[in-house]
Design a protein around this ligand. Structure first.
Ligand code: ZN
Length: 447
C-alpha cells in the first residue's frame, strides 16, 4: 500500500493522510492551518467566508491537488474524521466535493461539521454518516469492502477516535490526536481492549500524533485540569471582583468543570463568543452538554453586549466564559482589552486562561500584547490553568507497546516535533527509514 502524507507533516495544522490500497483509497482527516486563517479573520461580528481558491493561496488547506496528478482522487471511497478540531476537519467544507465519498465521523464530530457548514453557508454533496464511538463503518470499495473501526480515545474534545482501517495487508491505525486518560471528565476512557485486539490481528502502519514526543512525560488526566480550575476559582480572593475564564471552545469537558465551580461560587454563568456557541450547541444536540441549563449563551453582537452590560452591574455575582485565550483578533477578550465592548475591567478583576498559548509567533505576539493592555488596568491574569490533550513521550511509548505496529509514521508537526518520535521509535527497536519514517507534506511512502 501507499501512504500519502498530504498535510500536518511540515506544520502543526491542516492534517490529512491518504491510504491507497490499489483499487481503493481512504482519506483520514482534512484540516485547516489555523494561524493562516486567523490572520484573515475580521472582527467576529462581520466574519467573512473565504473561497477555496483564496484559502489555497494562503496555504490554509492541505494540498490535495497532488492526488489528481497521481490518479488517486477518483479512488477515494471515504473521508474518515478522527475528531472535531478544525485542524482535522476544517478543510472538509472546501475540498470534500472533489471526492465521490461519504464523510464519516462520530456524532459530535459531525454535529460540529454541520454547524460549520451552516455558519459558512456551504453545501457539500457528500453523504454525512455518523458512527458511534467504538463502532465500525463498512467502506465499499471497487471489488471489496473494508472495515473502519472508530476506537474511542481521550483528547481535548468529545468523542475522539483512533481509526483502525482493516485492509488485506493488515490494519492501518490513524492515531492523530490523543492522550491516554483513564479518568476523563466526560465521555469514555480509551478502548484498550480494541487496541489489543487489532495488535493481534496485525498493525501494518501507525500514523501517530507526535506533537509532544519530545516531552519526557505522561500527559496528566483531565481530572488534574479540573483540580487546577477548582484551585484557582475556589481559593483566590475574588468576592468583589469580576471573573472571566477563557478556554478552547471545543473543550466541552473543561467548560463543564468551569461551570461546576462557578456554580459553587454562587455566580451566574454566561458563555459568550460565536465559536463557544457553535461547539456547545453541537454537544447539546448529541446529548453531551449536561450544563446547558446552567448557562446563558450570547453569540451575536447584541446578545454579547446585553450580557456584558448585565455583568457590569453584577460583577461579583457573575462568571463569564469567553473566547480569546490565544489573543485572537476579534475574539471577546481581544475586544474587551481594546475597550470595544460595554464592560470595563477594574483593578483586581480576574482573567483565567484555562489554556496554553499555542507556540507559534502570531499567537505569542497576540496574547502578549493583549496581556499588556489588561495589566495596565491592574487585572490579575492566571495563565496555564490547563492540561494538554496530546500525549507526551511516555503515552506514545505505551501506545506503540500495545499495538506493536510494523511501521511508524510520526504526524502532527514539523521536523522539530516529529524528530523526537523517530528517536523514541529507534529506542524501541525500529529502524529509521525502514520501519519508522520521517515524512513531509506532499510525500508518499510505500510499505
Ligand atoms: Zn485535536
Amino acid at each position: 500500500m501507499k501512504i500519502y502524507t498530504i498535510g500536518g507533516f511540515t506544520e502543526v495544522g491542516k492534517n490529512m493522510t491518504v491510504v491507497d490500497m490499489g483499487d481503493d483509497a481512504v482519506i483520514f482527516d482534512a484540516g485547516v492551518y489555523l494561524p493562516a486563517l486567523i490572520e484573515l479573520q475580521e472582527e467576529e461580528e462581520h466574519q467573512k467566508t473565504y473561497s477555496e481558491k483564496k484559502l489555497r493561496q494562503i496555504e490554509a488547506l492541505p494540498d490535495d491537488l497532488i492526488l489528481d496528478k497521481l490518479g488517486v482522487r477518483k479512488k477515494v471511497r471515504a473521508i474518515l474524521l478522527g475528531h472535531a478540531h478544525l485542524d482535522h476537519l476544517g478543510a472538509v467544507p472546501y475540498i470534500s466535493y472533489r471526492y465521490k465519498a461519504p464523510v464519516v465521523g462520530t456524532p459530535f464530530t459531525l454535529a460540529v461539521l454541520k454547524k460549520i457548514l451552516q455558519d459558512e453557508k456551504i453545501k457539500i454533496p457528500n453523504k454525512l454518516i455518523t458512527v458511534n464511538p467504538n463502532s465500525s463503518f463498512i467502506i465499499k470499495g471497487k471489488k471489496r469492502s473494508y472495515k473502519a473501526e472508530f476506537i474511542n480515545v481521550t483528547h481535548s474534545t468529545l468523542q475522539t477516535s483512533m481509526i483502525a482501517l482493516h485492509t488485506p495487508e493488515g490494519v492501518v491505525l490513524y492515531a492523530n490526536d490523543f492522550k491516554l486518560d483513564n479518568t476523563p471528565i466526560m465521555g469514555l476512557p480509551p478502548n484498550y481492549e480494541a487496541l489489543k485486539r487489532i495488535a493481534k490481528q496485525g498493525v501494518k502502519a501507525l500514523i501517530i500524533d507526535s506533537l509532544y514526543s519530545g516531552d519526557n512525560k505522561k500527559t496528566p488526566s483531565e481530572k488534574v485540569a479540573r483540580a487546577l480550575v477548582e484551585e484557582v476559582l475556589m481559593t483566590i480572593k475574588n468576592e468583589k471582583s469580576a471573573i472571566f475564564v477563557s478556554t478552547f471552545s471545543s473543550h466541552i469537558a473543561r467548560i463543564k468543570s468551569i461551570v461546576d465551580y462557578g456554580k459553587k461560587l454562587n455566580r451566574k454563568i454566561y458563555v459568550i463568543g460565536r465559536s463557544m456557541n457553535k461547539y456547545i450547541s453541537a454537544a447539546n444536540e448529541v446529548g453531551m452538554c449536561p450544563f446547558r441549563r446552567d448557562i446563558q449563551i450570547g453569540s451575536y453582537k447584541r446578545q454579547v453586549e446585553s450580557i456584558l452590560k448585565t455583568v457590569s452591574k453584577n460583577r461579583r455575582n457573575s462568571l463569564v466564559i469567553c473566547t480569546g485565550h490565544q489573543g485572537e483578533p476579534g475574539s471577546i477578550l481581544d475586544r474587551l482589552s481594546r475597550k470595544k465592548l460595554p464592560f470595563e475591567f477594574n483593578q483586581n478583576d480576574n482573567i483565567i486562561f484555562s489554556s496554553k498559548t499555542i507556540p507559534v509567533p502570531a499567537n505569542m505576539a497576540n496574547k502578549e500584547n493583549m496581556d499588556k493592555r489588561f495589566r495596565k488596568i491592574g487585572v490579575r491574569i492566571f495563565d496555564d490553568v490547563h492540561v494538554s490533550g496530546h500525549g507526551g513521550r511516555e503515552d506514545l511509548r505505551d501506545l506503540i507497546s500495545i499495538v506493536k505496529p510494523k511501521h511508524i509514521i510520526p504526524a502532527h508537526g514539523s521536523t522539530r516535533q516529529l524528530t523526537p518520535m523517530i528517536e523514541l521509535a529507534r529506542e524501541m527497536g525500529y529502524k529509521t527509514g525502514k520501519e519508522c519514517h520521517l515524512m513531509q507534506d506532499g510525500q508518499v511512502l510505500e510499505v
